[in-house]
Design a protein around this ligand. Structure first.
Ligand code: 4AD
Ligand code: MG
Length: 479
């Protein structure tokens, strides 16, 4: 058997000395031709391997370079040196893969995040990305645990759909038709009847509509999958391909929905606090270091770990869109014309500068805004009795802005059909969606959490491109 190794994290956790162990990993550093720092990705902590002088050939020692992979076996002993409790006294070292130190892009120095994005195939080997992707994994695991504990069914909704759930027209087309001379209708338009699916199709922007169908049988479901948006937003919080978690619950109203979303966010953060302490500590220090280059006024008042503790320990602030507009309108910030988009009337769509003012300056904690004007929200949201607003809710997080979007759904067929007509949503294409309102309709609600924005919030990474392995953004699809 080749693999009788123990992972470095387990080895360090156990710390039990006096027996033979085998480790494998990549060399992070090699000091004095004697001390190897080895990492295998199970933790940011390296294991020190001591290659006692005189015990190993020069030819072998030359091949122990940064980035090389190797297998080392020997006794785990208490370390005499500083910086580690235990180390391995190497009895054997076998190079698995050489690494040309001259050509290896990851040199033993601080690299910028921008540079590391260009070598996304190697950046997993840095401490920052090691921590980020272990935290990302833990969050994903906690998502499933949270819903499973509550009896939700994990539903896999389709990636290819024929609908634009959000009605925003930001879809990527899926087609096998030729670009040159596609089949045409008499009026000159492309004849999608000839296309693979016999109709025009696109990558999904949301699994919600399909999710609602299943909630009308299982009561509680959730989706967790990739979603695609062809919005040309080159910002630090937008991806063309991102992962979204969308629970959908029958017999829920807007308040139930807010309660679940808040409980959910707290739960997954608590999971990371409990299970990824080393990674969070590292990321917290990294962020503090990064913030030193900012002017005092822009630095956060809390460290990353303090912020996360604060979020799990405190209720989110809840207010209506109308109340938020009043706060923004009356703010000195607005009066001094410091918003790029002035807040002058009820009905405007909130820009991220407004959202961030509310969470970062005014409330200094996550905020749930509800009951938005119907004009700025999707067709499926439940219409309120005032005739002006819908039972929508967005959760805004400090440093991120909108992290969750959701609503109670319009379960009344006549109102839903009327709204679709007003908004030019083709109801014949969504006949299946409308049928749930004909056959045992129930009050129901759901929301979508942008997974990468959540990972950003928990890791403190400022750019969304640094929390997904291989980001897809306008003009960029490398790797
Ligand atoms: O607010 P959105 O568009 O809501 C929906 O898609 C609903 N169908 C959700 C539901 O009710 N089931 O998107 C939900 C969340 C946003 O709050 C944001 O966190 C994230 O998805 N999101 C993005 N994340 C990264 N890049 C983008 N381009 C994103 N667009 C939305
Ligand atoms: Mg939204």
């Amino acid at each position: 058997m080749f693999n009788n190794r123990v992972k470095i994290n387990e080895l360090l956790q156990r710390g039990e000395t006096g027996h033979q162990v085998t480790v494998m990993g990549w060399v992070r550093s090699f000091r004095n031709n004697q001390f190897i720092a080895l990492n295998d990705g199970s933790t940011n902590n390296n294991i020190q391997i001591v290659a006692t002088l005189g015990n190993f050939d020069d030819a072998l020692l030359k091949r122990i370079t940064i980035g090389a992979s190797l297998k080392a076996a020997g006794e785990l002993v208490p370390s005499v040196g500083k910086g580690q409790k235990v180390e391995i006294m190497a009895a054997s070292i076998e190079i698995l893969g050489d690494c040309d130190a001259e050509k290896y892009p990851l040199q033993p120095k601080k690299h910028s995040l921008e540079f590391l994005r260009e070598i996304a195939h190697l950046r997993f080997r840095t401490n920052t990305f090691g921590a980020v992707f272990r935290v990302r994994h833990a969050l994903a695991f906690a998502v499933h645990q949270f819903f499973n504990n509550r009896g939700f069914i994990y539903l896999h909704t389709p990636i290819i759909t024929a609908s634009d759930a959000e009605g925003a027209g930001e879809t990527f087309r899926v087609t096998t038709l030729p670009f040159e001379g596609p089949p045409r209708n008499e009026d000159g338009s492309v004849n999608f009847k000839e296309d693979f699916f016999g109709r025009s199709t696109n990558l999904t922007v949301s699994g919600q509509l399909e999710g609602e169908l299943a909630a009308m049988a299982f009561s509680d479901i959730y989706t967790f999958g990739p979603t695609f948006r062809a919005e040309n937003s080159n910002t630090a919080r937008h991806l063309a391909e991102f992962w979204m978690i969308e629970p959908e619950m029958a017999f829920y109203d807007l308040e139930d929905n807010m309660n679940l979303a808040e409980e959910f966010i707290r739960y997954i953060i608590q999971y990371v606090i409990d299970n990824n302490a080393t990674d969070l500590e590292f990321l917290s220090q990294r962020l503090a270091e990064e913030e030193k280059s900012k002017p005092q006024a822009e630095r956060s008042e809390m460290s990353l770990t303090e912020k996360l503790q604060f979020v799990v320990g405190n209720q989110f602030e809840r207010l209506t869109y109308t109340e938020a507009i009043e706060i923004l309108k009356e703010s000195n910030h607005n009066k001094k014309k410091k918003f790029q988009y002035p807040v002058d009337r009820w009905g405007i769509d909130l820009q991220s500068e407004h959202e961030r003012y509310l969470v970062e300056k005014h409330f200094k904690k996550p905020v749930i805004l509800s009951n938005y004007p119907k004009e700025i929200k999707a067709f499926y949201m439940r219409q309120n009795a005032d005739g002006k607003t819908v039972a929508a809710m967005d959760i805004l997080a400090p440093g991120i802005g909108e992290i969750v979007g959701g609503s109670q759904r319009e379960e009344r067929l006549d109102l839903l059909e009327a709204r679709m007509k007003e908004m030019n949503i083709p109801s014949h294409e969504l006949w299946w969606y409308l049928e749930t309102r004909k056959f045992g309709t129930v009050p129901h609600a759901g929301f979508g959490l942008g997974f990468e924005r959540m990972v950003q919030f928990v890791t403190g990474m400022t750019n969304i491109r640094d929390v997904i392995a291989f980001p897809r953004t306008p003009g960029s699809a490398e790797f």
